[in-house]
Design a protein around this ligand. Structure first.
Ligand SMILES: [Zn+2]
Length: 164
Protein backbone atom coordinates (compact mmCIF):
# COMPACT_ATOMS: atom_id res chain seq x y z
CA UNK A 1 0.00 0.00 0.00
CA UNK A 2 1.18 3.47 -0.73
CA UNK A 3 1.10 6.04 2.02
CA UNK A 4 -1.93 7.65 0.46
CA UNK A 5 -3.74 4.33 0.35
CA UNK A 6 -2.83 3.74 3.99
CA UNK A 7 -4.23 7.10 4.99
CA UNK A 8 -7.40 6.46 3.01
CA UNK A 9 -7.71 2.99 4.58
CA UNK A 10 -7.18 4.32 8.11
CA UNK A 11 -9.71 7.04 7.51
CA UNK A 12 -12.15 4.47 6.28
CA UNK A 13 -11.66 2.33 9.41
CA UNK A 14 -11.96 5.36 11.64
CA UNK A 15 -15.16 6.48 9.98
CA UNK A 16 -16.54 2.94 10.08
CA UNK A 17 -15.83 2.72 13.81
CA UNK A 18 -17.33 6.12 14.44
CA UNK A 19 -20.39 5.04 12.50
CA UNK A 20 -20.79 1.89 14.57
CA UNK A 21 -20.27 3.87 17.73
CA UNK A 22 -22.94 6.40 16.73
CA UNK A 23 -25.35 3.62 15.81
CA UNK A 24 -24.84 2.14 19.26
CA UNK A 25 -25.57 5.46 20.94
CA UNK A 26 -28.73 5.95 18.87
CA UNK A 27 -29.83 2.40 19.70
CA UNK A 28 -29.26 2.93 23.42
CA UNK A 29 -31.13 6.22 23.34
CA UNK A 30 -34.05 4.69 21.45
CA UNK A 31 -34.22 1.88 23.98
CA UNK A 32 -34.17 4.33 26.87
CA UNK A 33 -37.03 6.34 25.36
CA UNK A 34 -39.00 3.12 24.79
CA UNK A 35 -38.37 2.01 28.36
CA UNK A 36 -39.45 5.36 29.71
CA UNK A 37 -42.71 5.42 27.77
CA UNK A 38 -43.40 1.79 28.68
CA UNK A 39 -43.15 2.72 32.34
CA UNK A 40 -45.74 5.44 31.99
CA UNK A 41 -49.46 5.16 31.48
CA UNK A 42 -51.41 7.52 29.24
CA UNK A 43 -51.80 9.77 32.24
CA UNK A 44 -48.08 10.45 32.41
CA UNK A 45 -47.86 8.81 35.81
CA UNK A 46 -45.24 6.13 36.30
CA UNK A 47 -46.27 2.58 37.17
CA UNK A 48 -44.78 3.15 40.59
CA UNK A 49 -46.91 6.27 41.16
CA UNK A 50 -50.05 4.48 39.99
CA UNK A 51 -49.30 1.65 42.39
CA UNK A 52 -48.97 4.17 45.21
CA UNK A 53 -52.30 5.83 44.37
CA UNK A 54 -53.97 2.44 44.14
CA UNK A 55 -52.75 1.55 47.63
CA UNK A 56 -54.01 4.86 49.05
CA UNK A 57 -57.39 4.43 47.35
CA UNK A 58 -57.78 0.83 48.49
CA UNK A 59 -57.02 1.89 52.07
CA UNK A 60 -59.60 4.70 51.81
CA UNK A 61 -62.16 2.26 50.39
CA UNK A 62 -61.61 -0.16 53.24
CA UNK A 63 -61.85 2.62 55.82
CA UNK A 64 -65.07 4.07 54.33
CA UNK A 65 -66.69 0.66 53.95
CA UNK A 66 -65.74 -0.13 57.54
CA UNK A 67 -67.24 3.12 58.86
CA UNK A 68 -70.44 2.66 56.87
CA UNK A 69 -70.79 -0.96 57.89
CA UNK A 70 -70.22 -0.15 61.53
CA UNK A 71 -72.75 2.64 61.33
CA UNK A 72 -75.36 0.28 59.89
CA UNK A 73 -74.67 -2.25 62.64
CA UNK A 74 -74.90 0.30 65.42
CA UNK A 75 -78.01 1.77 63.82
CA UNK A 76 -79.63 -1.65 64.03
CA UNK A 77 -78.51 -2.01 67.63
CA UNK A 78 -80.19 1.21 68.56
CA UNK A 79 -83.45 -0.05 67.15
CA UNK A 80 -83.06 -3.39 68.87
CA UNK A 81 -82.57 -3.20 72.62
CA UNK A 82 -82.67 0.34 73.95
CA UNK A 83 -78.92 0.87 74.09
CA UNK A 84 -76.57 -0.55 76.62
CA UNK A 85 -73.98 0.40 74.05
CA UNK A 86 -73.24 3.82 75.42
CA UNK A 87 -69.87 2.66 76.70
CA UNK A 88 -68.72 1.42 73.30
CA UNK A 89 -67.18 4.29 71.36
CA UNK A 90 -66.82 2.13 68.28
CA UNK A 91 -70.54 1.88 67.84
CA UNK A 92 -71.25 5.56 67.54
CA UNK A 93 -73.64 5.86 64.64
CA UNK A 94 -72.82 8.28 61.88
CA UNK A 95 -75.37 10.98 61.35
CA UNK A 96 -77.41 10.68 58.18
CA UNK A 97 -75.41 13.51 56.65
CA UNK A 98 -72.10 11.84 57.54
CA UNK A 99 -73.30 8.58 56.06
CA UNK A 100 -74.33 10.29 52.84
CA UNK A 101 -71.00 12.07 52.61
CA UNK A 102 -69.08 8.84 53.22
CA UNK A 103 -71.12 7.02 50.57
CA UNK A 104 -70.31 9.79 48.11
CA UNK A 105 -66.62 9.54 49.00
CA UNK A 106 -66.77 5.78 48.55
CA UNK A 107 -68.32 6.20 45.10
CA UNK A 108 -65.48 8.59 44.16
CA UNK A 109 -62.85 6.17 45.47
CA UNK A 110 -64.37 3.22 43.58
CA UNK A 111 -64.51 5.36 40.43
CA UNK A 112 -60.83 6.25 40.82
CA UNK A 113 -59.90 2.58 41.27
CA UNK A 114 -61.84 1.73 38.11
CA UNK A 115 -59.96 4.42 36.22
CA UNK A 116 -56.66 2.92 37.39
CA UNK A 117 -57.77 -0.45 35.97
CA UNK A 118 -58.89 1.16 32.70
CA UNK A 119 -55.68 3.16 32.41
CA UNK A 120 -57.45 6.52 32.43
CA UNK A 121 -56.48 7.52 35.96
CA UNK A 122 -54.97 10.99 36.16
CA UNK A 123 -56.68 12.24 33.01
CA UNK A 124 -58.69 15.42 33.27
CA UNK A 125 -62.32 14.61 32.45
CA UNK A 126 -63.22 18.06 31.26
CA UNK A 127 -64.94 17.99 27.88
CA UNK A 128 -63.82 21.49 27.08
CA UNK A 129 -60.27 22.32 26.06
CA UNK A 130 -58.13 21.45 29.02
CA UNK A 131 -55.42 23.96 29.81
CA UNK A 132 -53.23 21.27 31.29
CA UNK A 133 -53.31 19.02 28.19
CA UNK A 134 -55.84 16.68 29.72
CA UNK A 135 -53.56 15.66 32.57
CA UNK A 136 -54.08 16.16 36.27
CA UNK A 137 -50.82 17.13 37.97
CA UNK A 138 -49.52 14.37 40.22
CA UNK A 139 -49.22 16.93 43.05
CA UNK A 140 -52.97 17.49 42.87
CA UNK A 141 -53.62 13.75 42.83
CA UNK A 142 -51.44 13.34 45.90
CA UNK A 143 -53.56 15.91 47.72
CA UNK A 144 -56.79 14.48 46.31
CA UNK A 145 -56.45 10.99 44.80
CA UNK A 146 -60.06 10.98 43.59
CA UNK A 147 -59.70 14.19 41.53
CA UNK A 148 -61.24 13.97 38.07
CA UNK A 149 -60.43 17.49 36.89
CA UNK A 150 -57.13 19.35 36.72
CA UNK A 151 -56.79 22.52 38.79
CA UNK A 152 -57.54 24.83 35.84
CA UNK A 153 -60.68 22.97 34.74
CA UNK A 154 -61.90 22.63 38.33
CA UNK A 155 -61.52 26.38 38.89
CA UNK A 156 -63.36 27.03 35.61
CA UNK A 157 -66.20 24.74 36.61
CA UNK A 158 -66.50 26.29 40.06
CA UNK A 159 -66.59 29.76 38.53
CA UNK A 160 -69.35 28.67 36.14
CA UNK A 161 -71.37 27.13 38.97
CA UNK A 162 -71.13 30.35 40.95
CA UNK A 163 -72.38 32.36 38.00
CA UNK A 164 -75.45 30.17 37.59
ZN1 LIG B 1 -58.29 20.03 32.74
Amino acid sequence: MTNLQKIAYNNFILKYRQGEFLKKIVKTQRRRVAEMSAGQGKSGLSKQELKGFKEILLAQKKQLEGALHQSEVSGRDQHGDAGDHGNSEQLVALTVREQRRKREELTMVIGALERIEKGTYGQCQSNEDCEENGMIASERLKAMPTAIFCVACMAEREAKLKNK
